[in-house]
Ligand binder design. Structure first.
Ligand code: ZN
Length: 107
């Protein structure tokens, strides 16, 4: 078996395999694409940073390393030290939304 060619987008494939010109279809409007992506991903409700859609999944999550997420529980250990638990921001999409997201980010 030879090395498999990997294309990262239809545009990539079209340019490499068929000699088509880049910027086909709606991909030439990068600003519009970016704003669609931004709107789709939204922001983390805890740190207000832009959230990130994980391509190939139905998950939008916060990738800010400084963000701990939602404070979910507080308890004290034997020494009386406060232990705070956080749950990171994860938004699970419906399959329709996930499909839309994968189309939106996969080029
Ligand atoms: Zn966050």
């Amino acid at each position: 078996m030879g090395k498999k060619k990997v294309y990262h987008s239809f545009e990539d494939l079209a340019v490499n395999e068929f000699g088509m010109k880049p910027n086909i279809g709606h991909t030439n409007d990068k600003d519009k694409l970016n704003s669609q992506r931004e709107k789709f991903e939204g922001v983390c409700p805890y740190c207000k940073e832009r959230a990130k859609f994980i391509l190939g999944t139905n998950v939008i999550t916060c990738v800010n390393p400084e963000c701990k997420g939602k404070k979910t529980a507080t308890k004290f250990d034997e020494d009386g030290t406060e232990i705070v638990r956080y749950t990171p921001y994860v938004k699970l999409l419906s399959s329709e939304s996930a499909e839309y997201g994968n189309r939106l980010f996969d080029y």
